[in-house]
Write a new protein. Structure first.
Length: 377
């Protein structure tokens, strides 16, 4: 016995459903609702039923409806249009079975060409043979490039707005005390962030220097520091629950849907240059052959000494440092490349697979239209 939600129909027109509560890592198997009684009449996407399930993974699962339950109304994202019969909603999902009629009282201010979010208002069909829907929200102009991200956000139920409780925690968050005795002071260590030119988050920084120990000639000391997000996001808090619901930030050409409110993601947890930030640091020591011989983890204070792009780093390596990197060549760039060379030689000696493939990059113009597709080496 399980609560099922109708998700669509199979090729024979039979309703397909899935368990509402599914706690396994794998996707739930499709379940065919075969009940021909009155309980199954006019089942639509989003309807919920209490059903008895039989069958197996090999031969398929079928459900016999015990009771229909109130269900969350299905949501439809589509383009609002006008025809001779009035308003019509054309779903953006190509698997949708039909268009929807939208009466003027249910248009909610939508104009032709608008991208809208709607929900069915009746299981009965309109005189034209189409179901009816009402517009819940006007999302924007379908002809605008940003409409693509709106469709993806809505279709995949990506959470955009944070609960008030989570926002309050983020807005009132404070860094640790500057003299926190439990944190090591790494502010003077020339840690830098190295990311793509289009990077929006700066959440890790690196540093390398020769190990001056007599017992480790030719060795290196390495530091990797990441933002100490856990200082601000306490386990079990509303902020923690909101972050778990999202799981990660989602990047679109025109926007980012962050995992954490912007007060954290773009400020307190961003390792921007010249700002003191609490961090978690991994301090490592390698020998001249690239073998790890010591390591420790510590909470610390750090200050990024530069925001470097991959292109800047490579140009500096090729003898063409930018104005920003000239004073950092001896203390930052050269040690990082030297330590990398040791680690790369160690990796090659182990016979690891190195797929050095060009990365496709989609270039947009100022209006967010695709201009060209290039490769980044």
């Amino acid at each position: 016995m399980a609560v099922l939600e109708v998700t669509g129909t199979d090729m024979d027109g039979e309703p397909l459903a899935r368990p509402v509560n599914w706690e396994h890592d794998t996707d739930p198997p499709p379940i065919i609702v075969t009940d021909k009684g009155s309980r199954a009449a006019n089942l639509g996407v989003g309807d919920r039923v209490l059903a008895e399930i039989s069958g197996n993974q090999k031969n398929g699962f079928v459900a016999k409806i015990m009771r229909r339950l109130p269900g969350a109304p299905a949501r439809i994202i589509g383009i609002y249009e006008m025809g001779e019969e009035g308003g019509r909603l054309r779903p953006t999902d190509k698997k949708a079975k039909s268009d929807f009629i939208v009466r003027s009282k249910n248009a909610n201010g939508a104009t032709p060409g608008s991208l809208v979010l709607a929900q069915p208002v009746s299981r009965k069909q309109h005189r034209l043979g189409l179901p009816e829907a009402k517009v819940i929200e006007v999302l924007g102009d379908m002809s605008a490039p940003r409409a693509v991200s709106l469709i993806a956000i809505t279709t995949h139920d990506i959470p955009v707005d944070f609960p008030e409780a989570a926002l309050e925690i983020a807005e009132t968050a404070e860094p640790p005390a500057a003299d926190d005795k439990y944190r090591v002071n790494l502010r003077d260590l020339p840690l830098v962030t190295i990311d793509g030119a289009d990077a929006r988050d700066f959440d890790d920084a690196v540093h390398a220097e020769p190990d001056t120990s007599k017992d480790n000639k030719g060795g290196w000391k390495l530091t990797v520091a990441i933002a100490d997000v856990a200082h601000y996001v306490r386990s079990g808090s509303a902020l923690d629950e909101a972050a778990k619901e999202r799981g990660n930030s989602v990047y679109f050409p025109d926007r980012v849907v962050p995992m954490l409110p912007e007060r954290l993601s773009n400020d307190l947890c961003s390792l921007r240059p010249d700002g003191d930030r609490p961090c978690l640091a991994a301090r490592m020591v390698i020998d001249k052959s690239g073998r790890l011989i010591a390591h420790r983890f510590e909470r610390a204070w750090m200050r990024s000494h530069a925001r470097i792009t991959y292109e800047e780093a490579q140009d500096a390596r090729d003898g063409k440092p930018s104005k920003q990197l000239k004073p950092l060549m001896k203390t930052v760039i050269e040690p990082l490349y030297a330590a990398y060379a040791v680690l790369a030689a160690n990796r090659a000696a182990r016979g690891t697979l190195d797929l050095d493939l060009p990365e496709p990059v989609i270039v947009f113009d100022d209006d967010n239209h695709i201009k060209e597709i290039v490769t980044r080496p």
